[in-house]
Write a protein that binds this ligand. Structure first.
Ligand code: SF4
Length: 352
């Protein structure tokens, strides 16, 4: 396929900077006169060629975190604080116009629900060609040529470029969405529930496709999903979010084999696992907090069986351990080396 990476953009603006570094990101919504703290102090990194899965229950801030990266937010949302550095350049500081240069060309998104995300009155070829014409300035003929190449790249014969979305199967529509996301040769592709609503066989094919594209094109992926098996199959690292904050983050193998945060433990226990000798799935008691007025300390405290006094008053700090896992939980204070404490911290919050 023709390479179209646009070198006007400074891919290595700050030498040695990670591909993407998000620091203390806070995105709030205004709703009926109240402030909803949907994303409240989220930090993470993504390196070149890496795949990061973001997991958590509905409403935990996964999608808002991802949409905040390129500020594709609804009008009642705003980034209150924090930075989103791509090659060291802070995208939060960019004006809306300047930021447009980075969407599609550097960070693109595969939205959930391929049928609704595609325009029903345009052919898929035209829809894939559109960002190529708009963002890269190619003429229509060259853009359609590239659209055909992209369709073949995702396993759709190029002659189907003339098809309308309703003429394609669900799996093919999702492939077309992925082709569109690749149109401007981005460094990062965000998949927001990219396999939801697809049957299991098609889901496996889409995951295989993403894995192949990552390998062949050196793409970095951010996959947002409530399906932990998608993350287990596709990602290097997983970030578990709860109520707008990071509960735990680290290598997939480590976090899934030895989850440290009580919420991660519950989330994994609530998920079917054919390898586990488990006949019933656990249910996480209670429901996530109202983010207009979240609990003052750990937001999981009302549902946590290990909650201590300190959990109800102090926000747990994030601590990173030798296995590369980062956890925000009072059970794991600095120096605990990832082993949960058995004696609660004293009234001042000082660990034993
Ligand atoms: Fe449970 Fe406390 Fe850890 Fe929160 S900080 S998850 S309440 S033990």
């Amino acid at each position: 396929m023709t390479a179209v990476r646009d070198r006007e953009l400074p891919r290595q603006a700050v030498p040695g900077a990670p591909l993407l570094e998000v620091t203390d990101l806070r995105t709030y919504f205004s709703l009926d006169g109240a402030t909803v703290r949907a994303v409240d102090g989220v930090s993470f990194r993504l390196e070149q060629g890496e795949a990061l899965g973001i997991a958590g229950e509905s409403g935990c801030g996964k999608t808002t975190t991802a949409l905040s990266l390129v500020r594709l937010l609804p009008p009642n949302a705003r980034i209150e604080e924090g930075s989103v550095r791509l090659y060291g350049i802070d995208l939060v500081e960019k004006s809306p116009n300047a930021l447009r240069r980075y969407r599609w060309r550097e960070i693109s998104i595969v939205f959930q629900g391929a049928m609704n995300a595609l325009n029903p009155v345009n052919t898929v070829g035209d829809q894939i060609a559109e960002p190529i014409i708009e963002r890269l300035g190619l003429d229509r003929k060259a853009a359609l040529q590239r659209a055909g190449e992209l369709l073949e790249l995702v396993g759709i014969p190029r002659k189907r470029a003339d098809a309308f979305p309703h003429e394609l199967s669900g799996g093919m529509r999702q492939r077309a969405m992925i082709a569109m996301a690749l149109a401007c040769d981005p460094a990062i592709v965000i998949g927001d529930e990219p396999t939801t609503a697809l049957d299991v066989m098609v889901q496996a094919q889409i995951l295989e496709l993403l894995e192949r594209l990552r390998r062949d094109l050196g793409l970095s992926l951010i996959l947002i999903t409530h399906d932990l098996s998608v993350i287990a199959e596709t990602c290097d690292r997983v970030m578990v979010m709860y109520a707008g904050r990071v509960a735990e983050e680290g290598p997939v193998g480590e976090v899934f084999a030895r989850p440290k945060h009580p919420y991660t433990q519950k989330l994994l226990a609530a998920f079917p696992n054919i390898h586990a000798d488990r006949r019933t799935l656990e249910v996480i008691p209670g429901s996530p907090p109202d983010l207009r007025d979240p609990p003052p300390g750990c937001r999981f405290a009302p549902r946590c069986q290990f909650a201590m006094d300190v959990c109800r008053t102090d926000v747990p700090p994030e601590v990173t351990f030798g296995d590369g896992v980062r956890v925000a939980c009072h059970l794991y204070p600095q120096g605990s080396d990832g082993v949960p404490i058995t004696t609660p911290p004293d009234a001042n919050g000082t660990p034993p």
